[in-house]
Write a protein that binds this ligand. Structure first.
Ligand SMILES: C[S@@+](CC[C@H](N)C(=O)[O-])C[C@H]1O[C@@H](n2cnc3c(N)ncnc32)[C@H](O)[C@@H]1O
Length: 236
């Protein structure tokens, strides 16, 4: 069993052993947002668990947290399918947070049918096409006023960004607070003109990231480096 601080916090080194795409800074943002929920327990809803890298960051933020994470664990070109569910369970158990997490092995849309609970923190990191993200954003209806909505790959994926531009930018529910890498942070409150302008100002960075991804697919890493991308992996 890994060592934890008295607050029931799981150290980053343990979360970092779980494969996934979440960066340390993004895990710290998730944890800070969960810790800012007063009084506990903090109610967290996550779309897209995979092996549990972000799930464990969320569940390891504090002892009094209740995380529901949703993933259908279907096999695709990118994801390994049902075997991932076992890996997720093993990671939750290894970090000792399994009693803080409920795993719903279904799609986000299916899980939302009949859902009545309130949510303090919503993390969206499921399927990244425009239509699925559009549907995932309907979870915002369950987030309390002042609650947090974190969207991974918000400015590095065409589908996610287009859904945000179409449904969040002109909307009256989510105010943009900023980003950590490609993770966007919104708060459930009426957005100001400045909030909308700040979101629009991220678009050049999004175009750059999509360009980097195309260059990496074309094995043109030296050209991606000219755009300031030093890693071998996609920008997250
Ligand atoms: C980018 S991964 C999630 C990564 C995870 N948050 C982490 O930190 O490692 C996306 C996940 O979304 C799941 N997924 C695909 N379609 C989904 C849907 N309709 N609802 C919920 N999750 C979905 C995939 O099975 C995959 O495990």
């Amino acid at each position: 069993m890994p060592e934890r601080t008295p607050g029931g916090v799981v150290p980053w080194a343990e979360v970092d052993r779980i494969p996934g795409w979440l960066t340390r800074a993004q895990a710290e943002l998730l944890q800070a947002v969960v810790r800012s929920v007063h009084p506990g327990p903090a109610r967290v809803l996550e779309v897209g668990a995979h092996q549990g890298r972000s799930t464990c960051a969320l569940a390891g933020a504090r002892r009094d947290v209740v995380v529901t994470t949703i993933d259908p664990f279907v096999r695709t070109r990118r994801y390994a399918g049902p075997a991932v569910r076992g890996l997720l369970a093993a990671h939750l158990a290894r970090l000792g947070v399994e009693d803080r997490v409920t795993v719903l092995a279904t799609t986000s849309a299916q899980a939302r049918r009949g859902w009545t609970g309130e949510v303090d923190v919503l993390h969206v990191d499921g399927k990244h096409d425009y239509w699925t993200v559009t549907d995932d954003l309907r979870w915002v209806e369950h987030v309390v006023a002042g609650g947090a909505v974190l969207v991974h790959d918000a400015f590095s994926s065409i589908g996610v960004t287009l859904a945000l531009l179409r449904h969040v930018l002109p909307g009256r529910t989510l105010a943009y607070r900023g980003r950590t890498g490609s993770m966007a942070h919104f708060v459930v409150t009426a957005p100001s003109t400045a909030d909308r302008a700040r979101m629009l100002a991220e678009l050049p960075w999004w175009v750059r990231n999509v360009g980097v991804k195309v260059l990496l697919r074309l094995h043109l890493r030296p050209v991606a480096r000219l755009l300031g991308h030093t890693g071998a992996d996609d920008p997250y």
